[in-house]
Write a protein that binds this ligand. Sequence first.
Ligand code: VG1
Ligand code: CO
Length: 543
Amino acid sequence: MPIKTCQITPFQDQKPGTSGLRKKTRAFMAPDYLEAFVQSIFDGIGGVDGKVFVLGGDGRFFNLEASQTILKMAAANGAARVIVGQDAILSTPAASHLIRLNKTDGGIILSASHNPGGEDEDFGVKFNTPNGGPAPEQVTEAIHARSKELTEYRILDAADVDLGTLGDQTLGEMTVSVVDPVADYADLMATLFDFTAIRAMFESGFRMRFDAMHAVTGPYAKALLEGALGAPEGTVVNGTPLPDFGGHHPDPNPFWAKALMDEMFSADGPDFGAASDGDGDRNMVVGRNIYVSPSDSLAVLAANAHLAPGYAKGIAGVARSMPTSAASDRVAEKLGIGSFETPTGWKFFGNLLDAGKATICGEESFGTGSDHVREKDGLWAVLLWLNVLAARGESVADILNAHWSEYGRNYYSRHDYEAIDSELANTLMDDLRGQLADLPGREIQGMTIAAADDFAYTDPVDGSVSTKQGVRIVMEDGSRIVLRLSGTGTEGATIRLYLEKYEPDTDKHGIDPQKALAPMIAAAEELAGIASRTGRDAPNVIT
Ligand code: VG1
Ligand code: CO
C-alpha cells in the first residue's frame, strides 16, 4: 500500500496543557491539524518503528475518524502493532491498563474528558508513556517542540480498518488488534475488590444509582455493577455512550450531575450515588442526603483502603495535587505513611506510583486512583467505596461523619470563573504574584497570612522542576486560598479559586461549606479582585 508524504506549514499552537492537547473539534478536523500533532507525537518520542501502541477514545464526535487516521499514520511510520478498543472505544483508565498489561510502547487516548463533545464542542489527543501514564512534561515539551517545526507527515493510502470486529487484521505491514474495551479492565477490578461482599450487599437490598452521563463508562459500569456485582438493572442510568453526551457536559460534579444530586437528596433516595466523566477517569460520590467532596473522598478511601483485598497489606503513601485539601495528609500522618503534594494533573503522580512511594492519589477535581493503573479511575473509586460500604456496613453519612470526628473537617470548595478574557486573567494572576512577598504577616478578614508563594515542585524521583503551578496564600491556622488558571479549557481563560478551612471542632462540622468558607471567599476577593476585575458577580460553577 502506498505511503503518502504530505507537506505542511508547521502549526504553532499545539502545546499540550494539563492533560494533552485540547481544542475545538473543528480545529482538529481542519486539514492536516490532527495529522500534524500525531506525527509530532511519533517524532517526539523518537519514532515508532517496530513499536506497539494502544489506541482508543471516549466515543465523542470525531473519535472514530481520528482513530482511522492515527492507525494509517502509525502504519506509515512503521509501527508493528496497535491494540485498539472495539469501535475505537476505551476509557482512559482501561487504556492505561492495556498499555501496562501488554507492555506496549505507550498509547494515544482521544478525549477532551469532561469537556462537552460534538462538532462545535471539544476534542483532545493525549499520549501516554509505557508506564501507562500521561506523558510527563519533558515528553510533552519534545512533542510541542517538534510540532513547531514539522513540515511533513506520513500516512498510508488505505481503506478504513473494520473496528467493529474483534480480532487481528493487517493494515499495510502493521497488525491492528481490535479488543473488547471492557474485559481486561473488568478482570483487573475483580483482583482488587471483594466482589462477593459487594454482591451480598446488593442482594440484601442496597440501592445505588450510577450516572454514566452518556459517556464512556456506561458499558464498563453495566458489566461490573449490573453484571458481575448483581445490582438490579436500571442501577446504571444514561449508560449509552453518545457522540455529544446527550448535549450535556459529561462532568461529574453537583452542577452538571444535578439530576443525580436531586435523586440522592430526595425522600427515599438510593443508598449510594456516583457519576463519572467523558473518558471515565473522574468520579463523584454521593450518599443519601450527603455529598462527598473529592478531597474528603480521597481521605476516606486512603483511611479505609485496607478493607479491600487489593490493598489489604496497607498503602505506601498518599499523594494529592496542591489545590486538593489537606484532609488526606492527616490520614497519611496517622497511618505513618508518605504524603505528597504535586502540581495539578495526573502526570505528576506517575513517578511516585512507579517508585512505590504512593499507592493512592487524588485531585480535588473529582479524580482518585491507585497504582493499579497510571491514570485516575472513576469506576475504581466507586468500587472501592462499595467495598468499604460492604465491609463497614455503615452508610456514607456515618462513615463521613466518623471520619470528620476522627480527623477534623477540611471545609473545601472550588469556584470556577470560565471564559474570562485571557489577557485579563493573566494580568490578574501577575498582579497577585507581585503582592506575594509582602503578604506574610498581613491581617485579612480576621486572619493572619502566614505564607504566600507560587507553587513550585521538584519531583522527588527524577528531580525535574515545575514552576508557576498556582498561587497559594496560607493563613496561620492552615486555611488556604489557591488560585490558578485552567490548562484544559478551549475558550479564553478559566480562573480556578480553591478555598479551604480546617475545623477540628466536631460541633461545627454541619455547616454549609460556602458559609464556613465565607471569610476565605472574602479574603480572596480582597486580594485578587476576581469579581471586581471581571465584572462577574458569581462563579460559573461551584464544587
Ligand atoms: C483539570 C483539573 C485537574 C485534572 C485535569 C484533567 O485541569 O483541575 O485536576 O487533572 O483537569 O482531568 P485544569 O488545568 O483545567 O484545572 V480530565 O478528567 O479533564 O483528563
Ligand atoms: Co477525564
